[in-house]
Ligand binder design. Structure first.
Ligand SMILES: [Cu+2]
Length: 175
């Protein structure tokens, strides 16, 4: 009797595992629900599909502040600081940016060095290479103290691609 019970449990477990795997494959996500996965991933310069220039000014604005990309695209943002003070462009979810901004208010000298952001000195230009893997909205903002409150933010609209699977770069060509 105990043996029969164990066999049944194992069968149930195997079934649960295989349907979980099927779900993971169907959704196309490698690490479901992860915040970083939601906004995308660090891009490789060899795979840049497009360059977008973004200008930052002391009026606390990004130009453009609304950007449209296709899911799967790797974008090189060339970020210019035309102002007299330090500005930065940080990609994230609205929630991540708010939390990070609150942290910056407490620690104004905090330095950034992550792939999703660039801090640019006055008169300088820097770049961020980012691959947008998920359709939807990705926010960006300047987290220098006071800047986000003054409206220094923008939005990337990631347009979904038609065929599932095309976004992962493993498409095959048929002739
Ligand atoms: Cu700023």
């Amino acid at each position: 009797m105990p043996h029969a019970f164990r066999t049944a449990s194992l069968a149930a477990l195997a079934l649960a595992l295989s349907s979980a795997m099927a779900l993971a494959v169907a959704s196309g996500s490698h690490e479901g629900g992860h915040d970083e996965a939601r906004i995308g991933e660090a891009g490789q310069s060899a795979r840049v599909s497009r360059t977008i220039n973004v200008d930052m000014v002391d009026a606390m604005r990004f130009t453009p502040s609304s950007i449209s990309v296709k899911q799967g695209e790797t974008i090189r943002f060339v970020v210019k600081n035309s102002g007299q003070v330090k500005h930065e462009l940080v990609l994230g979810t609205g929630q991540q940016l708010k939390e990070h901004y609150a942290l910056m208010l407490k620690n104004p000298e905090m330095e950034h060095a992550d792939a999703n952001q660039i801090t640019v000195a006055p008169g300088k230009t820097g770049d961020v290479i980012w691959r947008f893997t998920q359709p939807g909205k990705v926010d960006f903002a300047c987290l220098q103290p006071g800047h986000l409150d003054a409206g220094m933010k923008g939005l990337v609209n990631v347009v979904p691609v038609a065929q599932p699977g095309a976004a992962d770069g493993h498409t095959t060509h048929k002739h």
